[in-house]
Ligand binder design. Sequence first.
Ligand SMILES: Nc1nc2c(ncn2[C@@H]2O[C@H](COP(=O)(O)OP(=O)(O)OP(=O)(O)O)[C@@H](O)[C@H]2O)c(=O)[nH]1
Ligand SMILES: [Mg+2]
Length: 315
Amino acid sequence: MERIAVLIPCFNEEKTIAGVVRDFRRQLPDADIYVYDNNSEDGTVAEALSAGAIVRSEKRQGKGNVMRTMFKTVDADIYVMVDGDGTYPAERVHDLLAPITKDEADMVIGSRLHRMSESQFKPMNRFGNRIFLSMLNSIFKVRVTDLLSGYRAFNRNIVKSLPLLSTGFEIETELTIKSLDRGFRVEEVPIDLSARPPGSESKIKILRDGFLIVETIFALFRDYKPMTAFGVVGLLLMAAGFIPGTVVIDEFLLTGLIYHLPSAVLAVGLILSGLLVGFVGLILHTVARRFQEVDHRLQNLREELFTPEGKKRVD
Ligand SMILES: Nc1nc2c(ncn2[C@@H]2O[C@H](COP(=O)(O)OP(=O)(O)OP(=O)(O)O)[C@@H](O)[C@H]2O)c(=O)[nH]1
Ligand SMILES: [Mg+2]
């Protein structure tokens, strides 16, 4: 019998949280349902308790902070993560769980943007999602359709081994990229998103959270694909250096002399900077590779020492 934990990060969701807890209780009668409150100022805690959830609190504000605490402290075989705003369909949880229980995936994303989904997205959120997705798909060649979904299922292995650092809404981007980079099996299941009920408030601040997500994508690009990130900048610098460079070379070939000394200095400077940046990329690439190997060995070690349920293997 596998222990399932439903994890609900929550901040001021008194209107909807009780309904979410009850819906999941109905679908998964034996699961432990955790509501992780983050300094809510309304009746969220009381509502969650009255609906029968296990309520825990996290002082450090932000969905990322809460998720990291949940992943660290909650003990289960399978994890379901869902928002507390009642916008994700609880009855679809079985479809999210199926690939995990059959051991066909490590993480299943409930995709709101799948072509089979009929989601009630705010136009701005849909637009933002599309932009981030095309950035990510072009950099990392991932083939997910919903990067930022808050409805996911995980097995214990991925929950306990991903090193997550984000504090806010950028955690979902980090989660997706780090899972794919480490070779975890990621699947998507189409789901329909409904709108927040009237009176409940969105916690997303489009500008601030949008910037944070872009920043996260760039940071992951730098750390996980350094050769490409630095290589592109290096090539651009070198290409820029060739512009004054050709003038000088042309002149030298024609006259045997260099009159445009500043152009020559500029060309050399740009090309050397480009080379330098390129080499930084090469070094970081090698370092990142070696860390990937260490990561892989740690993962193997973990599998040798612990069962998938997290019990120590005895010899
Ligand atoms: N614990 C905790 N949860 C948060 C925080 N900010 C947001 N959440 C929760 O994260 C979930 C997602 O937040 P939402 O505001 O619904 O974000 P969204 O789903 O992307 O956007 P909308 O549904 O359109 O508002 C909700 O359950 C929120 O209560 C926070 O600082 N701490
Ligand atoms: Mg929401």
